[in-house]
Write a new protein. Structure first.
Ligand code: ADP
Length: 398
């Protein structure tokens, strides 16, 4: 069975083609700058051969047309014909309160994704565009939606409600949803496999530390908590997002700086985080380089991030009633040797102690805790695309 996995952003489209009989990636790529000048497609086949195609892509339909053409191209293709694609899996950012698992896409599902536009204005419209473009280009092929929020639907009401009048939850669906669910679930399951124990029997904290960062508490194979909230703006300080701040700061800044709702939204999402604090970059590689040259604010930004993650690990250990496994994933979690070391520093109280030699690993699976320590600390590269392909395979086989 061949499955195409699609992850649509507002001006980009990532894809992977899986042969699900062997869970093997046949090809993957990225269409960039859709609807903007100088758009292009970067395509790579499993043998490592790469190609960049410069072509105007006015919308997602044109981008998907080019993806399908490239996938069946005699030189760079991996399929004889697009009819080999048995199903398409889509990453959808926001599933709201009604989707607790992946679903086959129907008219009703699309309607619901559309109704959730106001909760995820940057992501859900792009996701739906990708779905509708696929329907046009591959009519009759089953499509599946895999939601970033679905895994967190097991959070109890005491975790997902905010301290605001209850009718706002009923009227506007204001509650914590949590994000990066596909990634948290994948690495938690994988941790169980690596450790040779059912993941449902482990108390797990998963740290997805990328440009966007979120942390989850997982017990009995269920998400109990996630640092992200109503939107992906809540939680730990991130690359460009503020994470948690006193809500009064929002109105205070709006008044002082004369910002509109749109401007403050843009500010909190794009100009804050470690970028705002350091004044240098949202990328930890730049911050670490600046820090090594004695830049105080770069150092401060890194310290704030580490402090924030440590706080959540402590809080989540109390919610879980102990801890068996701590997982690091995503760009920084997989590659940030110093960041992992500093997060785990002075955590012996919780049974967390890493082995500095074992921690010298980037981008591959490893157990980095010292032998014999109660908490196993793991680095696991995330694989959201594989999770989407697995769910798609399972749902279309029913
Ligand atoms: P997203 O998918 O949220 O855009 P990623 O998961 O790709 O983000 O993570 C990107 C971040 O990972 C970068 O901003 C950078 O801070 C961090 N990162 C990637 N590689 C390294 C590295 N070798 N050392 C330190 N940090 C890294």
């Amino acid at each position: 069975m061949k499955i195409l996995v699609i992850n649509c952003g507002s001006s980009s489209l990532k894809y992977q083609v899986f042969d699900m009989d062997r869970e093997e990636v046949l090809a993957k790529g990225l269409a960039e700058r859709i609807g903007i000048k100088d758009s292009r497609l970067k395509h790579e086949v499993s043998s490592g051969q790469k190609v960049v195609i410069e072509q105007d892509l006015n919308d997602h339909i044109e981008a998907i047309q080019l993806v399908l053409k490239t996938l069946t191209d005699s030189k760079h293709g991996v399929l004889k014909d697009i009819s080999e694609i048995n199903a398409v899996g889509h990453r959808v950012a926001h599933g709201g309160p009604n989707f607790s698992s992946s679903v086959v896409i129907t008219e009703d599902v699309k309607k619901e994704i559309r109704e959730l536009f106001e909760l995820a204005p940057l992501h859900n419209p792009a996701n739906l565009q990708g779905i509708e473009a696929m329907e046009k280009l591959l009519p009759g092929v089953k499509q599946v939606a895999v939601f970033d929020t679905a895994f967190h639907q097991t959070m109890p009401p005491c975790a997902y409600l905010y301290g605001i009048p209850y009718e706002y939850y009923e009227k506007y669906k204001i509650r914590k949803y949590g994000f990066h669910g596909t990634s948290h679930k994948y690495v938690a399951q994988r941790a169980g496999e690596i450790l040779g124990k059912p993941w449902e029997q482990l108390k797990i904290i998963t740290c997805h530390l990328g440009n966007g960062a979120s942390i989850s508490a997982i017990k009995d194979g269920k998400s109990l908590e996630n640092t992200m909230g109503f939107t992906p703006l809540e939680g730990v300080i991130m690359g460009t997002r503020s994470g948690n701040i006193d809500p009064s700061i929002v109105t205070f800044i709006m008044e002082k700086e004369g910002m509109s709702i749109e401007e403050i939204n843009n500010f909190l999402n794009k100009k804050c985080g470690v970028l705002g604090v350091s004044g240098i970059s949202s990328d930890f590689r730049d911050l670490e380089a600046a820090c090594a040259q004695g830049n105080r604010r770069a150092q401060l930004a890194i310290e704030m991030f580490i402090y924030d993650v440590k706080l959540r690990i402590g809080a989540y250990t109390s919610i879980l009633g102990g801890l068996d496994v701590l997982v690091f994933t995503a760009g920084l979690g997989e590659n940030g040797i110093e960041v992992r070391r500093d997060i785990c520093k002075d955590m012996e109280f919780f049974g967390i102690k890493i082995d500095e030699e074992k921690n010298k690993v980037r981008g591959k699976e490893a157990i980095i805790s010292r032998d014999g320590e109660p908490v196993k600390v793991l680095v696991i590269p995330t694989n959201e695309e594989l999770m989407i392909a697995r769910d798609t395979k399972e749902l279309v086989a029913r």
